[in-house]
Design a binder for this molecule. Structure first.
Ligand SMILES: Cc1ncc(COP(=O)(O)O)c(C=O)c1O
Length: 379
């Protein structure tokens, strides 16, 4: 049987990892500044993470949501404290799309309304509601098309006000920082204005922190740089450092009822253990501070860089928009200097490294970049 061929793949097969280093099957070493789409938050194969997961696997790997599971309660308690939403409730699932799907359902159940306002260039996942709220018709099948989603331009409060005033909206969904689009931030004025408009029109503010959250920006969630509070926050990616887990934080004003949501795998023993190990490491190694520190280093190092049109982002969610003559740089970084990075289209290189990334590694990347761009913009 062949694999269903939906991914264009690099001809590289990593078989071993340690922190931000990867080795391929021929023993060639790479530096990972992408973490497999922002998933690796505490480094590959962190010994504490490996030990906790191995120990749990030897005890009990899985049971469904029909019995008590104190690991889920421990995770909720720990996460509540570190993320600043202690009074909210946690629903556990398995991925980012699922987290958004559940968030949209909760908002719709709660308000009794069906419409959702999302933003141009947004990416919220590939399941039915999440992909409908994603501004990319190429990944929406006819089955996903719905009149219930309206898109407004980011950072345009007037447009949001006009749409919401038509009525019928359950929710507004916005990324903490738009990731897949190429790293675009809502302004402080916009996100605070959005909060007020959601209150005015009685709709739920969902902030999708799946890519921008979990300490990556130097705060637990990107929106916390602006003091705004969401009604629902979604997370995944860095939460399990590669073990699939997603979470939905739900305001105390929204009441749960039996059967309202559900999942077979969500919140299983291994997933909760992975998430607890990640929180241990984030706290013990002060990784949120490290994300801010290394982010500031990158920002300064790339100031006035000759290859860049624009530097965007906060902490360790970074978009490097290239001048036209440098668009081949990502391939050169990979094949000539052995750095894994991400992209958003041909023009933007995305850096989403583990929050453990060291100053030395950051400097080695900048050095490699400058060497490649110094002499000629060969692409
Ligand atoms: C902001 C955002 N939301 C949702 C998702 C979907 O997450 P998943 O691929 O885990 O379903 C992603 C994935 O890239 C994302 O960046």
């Amino acid at each position: 049987m062949n694999l269903f061929d939906v991914y264009p793949l690099w001809d590289i097969e990593p078989v071993k990892g340690l922190d931000t280093t990867l080795w391929d099957k021929d023993g060639v070493e790479y530096t990972d500044l992408y973490g497999g789409h922002a998933v690796i938050s505490v480094g590959h194969c962190h010994p504490h993470y490996v030990k906790m997961l191995s120990d749990q696997l030897g005890k009990l790997g899985f049971y469904s949501n029909a019995v008590q599971n104190s690991l889920q309660r421990d995770l909720a308690a720990r996460l509540g404290k570190v993320c600043g939403y202690d009074d909210y409730s946690l629903f556990l699932c398995n991925s980012g799309a699922e987290a958004n799907e559940n968030a949209l359902k909760v908002a719709s159940f709660h308000t009794g309304k069906a419409k959702v306002l999302a933003f141009r260039k947004a990416f919220h996942g590939r399941t039915s509601g999440a992909v409908a709220a994603t501004d990319n018709p190429k990944i929406q099948a006819p089955f996903n098309a719905t009149q219930n989603i309206v898109f407004a331009p980011l950072n345009d409060l007037e447009a949001v006000d006009m749409e919401l005033s038509r009525g019928g909206f359950a929710a507004v969904i916005i990324e903490g920082i738009q990731g897949v689009a190429g790293i675009y931030e809502p302004t402080e004025e916009f996100i605070n204005g959005l909060r007020l408009l959601c209150d005015k029109y009685g709709c739920i503010l969902i902030i999708d922190e799946i890519q921008s959250g979990y300490g990556r920006t130097g705060r637990f969630f990107a929106h916390q740089h602006y003091g705004v509070r969401a009604d629902i926050v979604t997370m995944a990616k860095g939460m399990g450092n590669g073990f699939p887990i997603g979470g939905v934080l739900i305001s105390p004003s929204i009441k749960a009822s039996y059967g309202m949501l559900g999942t077979t795998f969500g919140g299983n023993h291994l997933a909760c253990t992975a998430a607890l190990a990640v929180l241990d490491i984030i706290e013990n190694e002060n990784l949120i501070e490290n994300a801010a520190k290394i982010g500031t280093y990158f920002e300064n190092a790339f100031k006035d860089d000759k290859a860049l049109k624009e530097y965007r982002g906060k902490g360790l969610i970074i978009g490097l928009e290239l001048k036209d003559e440098y668009v081949g740089l990502r391939n050169r970084l990979l094949f000539e200097k052995h750095f894994f990075t991400g992209a958003a289209g041909a023009q933007v290189i995305r850096l989403l490294p583990s929050l453990t990334v060291s100053q030395e590694t950051a400097e080695s990347f900048v050095k490699a970049w400058k060497e490649l761009t110094e002499l000629s913009p060969r692409t």
